[in-house]
Design a protein around this ligand. Structure first.
Ligand code: MRU
Length: 341
C-alpha cells in the first residue's frame, strides 16, 4: 500500500508529495494547524486524501482539549480552519460534515469517549475510502481492453486517496486482471502531479507508462495511440459536470474530437448534489509563482503577469461514463445519478 497518510496514536504522518519523486520524506502533523498547513501547501493533495487528512485534523484538534466545556468551541475553530484550506475538492467538506455528525453523536459522553469516537470516525473514513477505491477499480476495469493504451491526467492514484486510487485504481485493477496495458501520464503543469506522482506510482506498481507533456495528448490521440482516457474528480455536480485538475477539460475535448471515450472515476463523497451544474463549483486560483518558476528558477520575465486556475470544469456532455463505487453511470446523468443517492 502506498504511504499517503497514517494515524500514529497521537499524530499523523504523511509523505511530502512536494518532494516526490526525488525524495521520500515523511512529515509529522501533531496539531490541526499542522494538518491545515499541509493541505494548503499541497504536502498532501488529491480530493479523497484531503478529506482523510481533514478528518484526522479534527480528531487531532479535539485530542488536545483539556475539559469538556471547551470541546464545542474547539470543534468549531478547527473545522473552520480546515474548511478554509482549499475550496474545490468536495471531499474536504464531506469529511468535515461527517466529523460534525460524529461530534454531535459523542458530545454528551465523557471527554475521553468523545476523543476516541472522533479518532474512530476519521479511521473509518480512511478505511472506507481505500475499500471504495478497490470497488471503483473493479467496475472500471471492464472499460479497459487487453492491449489498450490509457491516458490519465494529474494524479488520481494512491497518493491522492487513502489507498489504491480512483482513476489509477481503474488502471491498476485492469493490470492486476492480467490485461496488457500501457499508460500515458500527462505531465500536468504547473504542479506536475502526472510527471512526478503518477509516474512514481506506476513505476512502483510495474505498470508500463510514458510521461508526456500536456500538449502532446491531442497528437497521440489523432495518431490512434490512445484508446481511452480516465481521470479523477474534485467535485461533480448533479448534472455530471466535473471539476478536476486544470487541463482535464482540454483532454475531454480532444478525446471527443478523436472519438475516444473519456471516463471519470470518483467516489460518491466527491459528488455535490446541491449544485445543479458545474458553473457553481468554486475554482481555486493558486500562486503565480507555480507558473513563473520551475524548481525555484524563474522561467518568465520577472514582471510577467500569469493566471493559475488550479481546476477546470468538464461539461457532462464530454463524459462517456462516471465510475463510482455503486457502479458505472452513463448519461443523462441527472437521471442516472439520482439512482445512486
Ligand atoms: O490540486 P490537486 O493535486 O489536489 O488536484 C488533484 C486532482 O485534480 C485529482 O485528479 C482529484 O483530486 C482526484 S484524486 C483521486
Amino acid at each position: 500500500m502506498l504511504p499517503t497518510i497514517e494515524w500514529r496514536g497521537d499524530h499523523v504522518v504523511m509523505i511530502d508529495q512536494r518532494r516526490l519523486p526525488g525524495e521520500e520524506i515523511y512529515l509529522e502533523c501533531r496539531t490541526a494547524e499542522d494538518v491545515a498547513v499541509a493541505i494548503e501547501k499541497m504536502i498532501i493533495r488529491g480530493a479523497p486524501a484531503i478529506g482523510v487528512a481533514a478528518a484526522f485534523g479534527v480528531a487531532l484538534g479535539l485530542s488536545r482539549v483539556q475539559n469538556a466545556a471547551a470541546a464545542p468551541d474547539e470543534f468549531e475553530r478547527v473545522s473552520a480552519r480546515l474548511h478554509g484550506t482549499r475550496p474545490t475538492a468536495r471531499n474536504l467538506f464531506w469529511a468535515l460534515e461527517r466529523m460534525r455528525t460524529a461530534f454531535e453523536r459523542y458530545r454528551r459522553l465523557p471527554l475521553g469517549e468523545l476523543k476516541a469516537g472522533l479518532i474512530r470516525e476519521a479511521l473509518d473514513i480512511e478505511r472506507e475510502d481505500a475499500e471504495i477505491n478497490r470497488t471503483i477499480g473493479r467496475f472500471g476495469a471492464d472499460l479497459i481492453n487487453d492491449g489498450d493504451a490509457v491516458l490519465t491526467h494529474c494524479n488520481a492514484g494512491g497518493l491522492a486517496t487513502a489507498a489504491y486510487g480512483t482513476a489509477v485504481g481503474v488502471i491498476r485493477s485492469a493490470f492486476e486482471q492480467g490485461k496488457k496495458i500501457r499508460v500515458f501520464a500527462d505531465e500536468t503543469r504547473p504542479f506536475l502531479q502526472g510527471a512526478r506522482l503518477t509516474a512514481w506510482e506506476l513505476e512502483k506498481l510495474g505498470i508500463p507508462y510514458f510521461v508526456i507533456t500536456d500538449n502532446m495528448a491531442g497528437w497521440l490521440m489523432k495518431k490512434g495511440e490512445i484508446a481511452l482516457a480516465v481521470v479523477g474528480a474534485d467535485r461533480i455536480a448533479r448534472n455530471g459536470d466535473t471539476a478536476n485538475k486544470i487541463g482535464t477539460y482540454s483532454v475531454a475535448v480532444l478525446a471527443k474530437e478523436n472519438a475516444i471515450p473519456f471516463y471519470v472515476a470518483a467516489p460518491l463523497s466527491t459528488f455535490d448534489f446541491s449544485l445543479a451544474t458545474g458553473d457553481a463549483i468554486p475554482i481555486e486560483e493558486r500562486s503565480p509563482l507555480e507558473v513563473k518558476e520551475i524548481n525555484g528558477k524563474l522561467i518568465t520575465p520577472p514582471g510577467a503577469r500569469v493566471r493559475n486556475p488550479a481546476f477546470d470544469v468538464t461539461p457532462a456532455s464530454y463524459i462517456a461514463a462516471i465510475i463510482t463505487e455503486k457502479g458505472i453511470v452513463r448519461p443523462p446523468y441527472e437521471e442516472s445519478l439520482k439512482a445512486l443517492r
